[in-house]
Ligand binder design. Structure first.
Ligand SMILES: [Zn+2]
Length: 305
């Protein structure tokens, strides 16, 4: 059975984390994205990147994304403001977050995005109805693992002192999904939902690059291998903060991302080790859009059978 692997870069920019301070020159669409692109060249794959609409008010970011898209990487929608309670927003607010980014991306890269990921994996039925209406091919916002609860709790702790962000972290409509949500892709209307990959078993742990920082790298590498062996469709979620380093910041930014600092040599080495595990898994590299197409064919065949 052919298995597939993708690398999904959620473009959570440093400007967004810092609250878009005036005059801030964001390293995300500059040296940081170059580090990621260098690794794709080395390992021979194309990314699926998901952009925050508000970052595209910066012409430099637009130009970079246009070049990246033209080079064969996929660009998807990660909402306008990156509100972590997207799934719980009122219909008009939710629509504004998704549609405004959709239009900006279409204009910036010359084609409409087909893939979506909600900030902080904020999944809801309302969101799925909206993505169906907007004819998205796939969504990756479901987090079917008990790691969800400590993840939300940790995020809340990071935002103590910022009541707006704290309330958004806790305002969710998907509290039961870690237990009830499917661990394999499924169709919701016409949208293929691709859940975060998990290790096998009912207590399966979600695996993305951050789990290495949280749980330790040896455990993370083993979890990657277990999840890769268990899943026909695997995507590896990474963020700009995984490859930022002390030199990228002048100290004026108020960051809520503790892993944004650190040594670049060490962070590059960890990322390369993870990509090597993906490369050695026997899976075929795909963008998430291509992976969703394969999953759709497979799902349609199993419904027909
Ligand atoms: Zn994000």
């Amino acid at each position: 059975m052919q298995r597939y692997v993708s690398v999904a870069l959620h473009l959570d920019s440093m400007a967004q984390a810092a609250g878009y301070p005036a005059g801030y020159v964001d390293p995300t669409y500059r040296q940081v994205i170059d580090r990621f692109l260098g690794l794709a060249e080395k390992f021979g794959f194309s990314y699926s990147m998901y952009a925050i609409g508000r970052d595209l008010e910066d012409e430099h970011a637009c130009r970079r994304l246009r070049e990246i898209s033209a080079a064969g990487h996929e660009i998807g929608n990660h909402t306008w403001n990156h509100y972590t309670d997207l799934g719980a927003l009122k219909p008009l607010e939710m629509r504004e977050e998704v549609v405004r980014t959709h239009e900006r991306l279409t204009e910036a890269i010359g084609k409409a995005p087909k893939g979506f990921i909600a900030p902080a994996w904020s999944y809801s039925d309302r969101l799925m109805r909206l993505l169906n209406e907007l004819r998205y091919d796939y969504d990756m916002s479901l987090f079917p693992s008990l790691l969800y609860y400590p993840f939300v709790f940790k995020n809340a702790l990071n935002h103590i002192g910022n009541s707006d962000k704290l309330l958004r972290v806790l305002n969710r409509r998907d509290w039961t999904q870690p237990i009830l949500g499917s661990r394999d892709p499924f169709l919701r209307g016409n949208v293929v939902v691709i859940p975060v990959p998990t290790t096998p078993g009912p207590l399966g742990m979600a695996v993305w690059h951050t789990t290495g920082f949280l749980l330790g790298w040896d455990r993370h590498f083993q979890m990657m291998r277990d999840a890769l062996a268990a899943r026909r469709y695997f995507h590896y979620v990474i963020h700009p903060a995984d490859l930022t380093c002390d030199e990228d910041f002048d100290g004026s930014e108020r960051m809520h991302l503790e892993r944004a600092a650190g040594s670049l040599t060490e962070k590059m080495r960890r990322m390369e080790e993870c990509f090597a595990i993906l490369a050695e898994s026997g899976c075929q590299w795909k963008t998430v859009g291509e992976l969703a197409r394969e999953a759709r064919i497979h799902l349609a065949a199993s419904i027909a059978a």
